[in-house]
Write a protein that binds this ligand. Structure first.
Ligand code: FDA
Length: 306
């Protein structure tokens, strides 16, 4: 219930203005976001690399309906990839891209062109791109763009959301040799007609999807902080005789950092998703919705500062 309210608030412009301008928001943002600048992202990237972690950088931004802004985002990704190469980080770092940030809602072919330019820059820098998955109205479009661009850039990663009823089928379609598939639970407000609404059903779907990805060729990217699912994934990998390194664990910056390092010490490949930039509002609201105690912390901080 609280999750639904927070996600609904995420689309409200007045709430957005209030939360974005409150100084206390920045305290919470700092937990989940590397910083506002590219330099902040690079600094965090080096810290994580020193600890043996891999990285996926996300330049924050979404729901862009202005062609100039879409172009600016695409250019910022190209700059990011050039900087990662210059910093010697591309061996460990890829980038995650929301197609809505490069104009998907405006014009699908414009978004495809920008995504292709980013993929070309990644290939030149020796890195890769993963397309984030947004709300269910964009799933077909995102998978369509992925299919088109994988012809030239086969390493592009897909994200599938276990809460969507369609996802087992999508896993089967994408579980082929060389295909990188990031499996997450899903973070948007979705209707029951397309998504499981109860946590147990989402978890069961996650395990069914995991079974498909682990038992087929392709590279499963297990994006969850859920200790039970992390344990099941490890067990399934062994059951299917997968070599360590033929799959990855992935977690978000600021969430369960000790577990990220514990998995690395066990010899697992672990990638941390590192968002940066000043467009952090939508990302923050999704993180708050995942954990009601975060909202309590937010409200307490607000009360103590007012
Ligand atoms: P769950 O929410 O059950 O959390 C398990 C445990 O993790 C909690 O008990 C808590 O300890 C900790 N935890 C989880 N969220 C927390 C938070 N916000 N603050 C503090 N602790 C927290 N979604 C999507 O729709 N599209 C996408 O493209 C992506 N991309 C993506 C990439 C990567 C690398 C990850 C890890 C996740 C995503 N997600 C996503 C988000 C995903 O769908 C999901 O919302 C979150 O990962 C939370 O779900 P968990 O699987 O961690 O389980």
């Amino acid at each position: 219930m609280l999750r639904t309210v927070i996600l609904a608030a995420g689309g409200n412009q007045r709430v957005k203005h209030m939360v974005s301008t409150l100084p206390v928001s920045r305290d919470i943002v700092r937990r989940y976001v590397a910083g506002e600048s590219l330099a902040d992202a690079v600094r965090v990237g080096h810290e994580l690399a020193t600890d043996g972690l891999q990285i996926s950088f996300d330049r924050l931004g979404e729901d862009c309906t202005d062609p100039a802004q879409a172009q600016a985002t695409a250019s910022a990704y190209v700059d990011l990839l050039t900087r990662l190469r210059d910093e010697g980080l591309t061996e460990r770092a890829e980038v995650s891209l929301k197609l809505s940030a490069v104009g998907q809602a405006l014009d699908e072919s414009l978004a495809t062109d920008h995504a292709a330019a980013i993929c070309a820059a990644a290939a030149e820098a020796g890195s890769m791109v993963t397309f984030d998955m947004e709300d269910h109205t964009t799933t077909d479009s995102t998978l369509g763009i992925l299919t088109v661009l994988r012809k030239d850039f086969p390493s592009i990663g897909a994200v599938l959301q276990a809460y969507l009823r369609r996802t087992e089928g999508d896993c089967r379609e994408l579980a082929y040799e060389g295909s990188r598939v990031r499996l997450c639970k899903g973070a948007y407000k979705e209707p029951e007609s397309v998504a499981y609404r109860h946590a147990d059903d989402v978890d069961r779907s996650y395990v069914r999807c995991l079974n498909i990805l682990m038992s087929n060729p392709g590279r499963p990217l297990i994006a969850t902080h859920d200790p039970r699912l992390v344990a099941i994934a490890g067990e399934r990998a062994r059951w299917h005789g997968r070599a360590v390194g033929s799959y990855e664990f992935q977690m978000l910056y600021g969430i369960r950092p000790d577990e990220q390092r514990r998995l690395v010490e066990r010899g697992e490949t672990v990638r941390v998703y590192v968002p940066y930039g000043d467009e952090w509002y939508g990302y923050l609201m999704r993180r708050l919705a995942e954990r009601p105690s975060n909202v309590g912390f937010f409200l307490r901080s607000l009360a103590s500062k007012s």
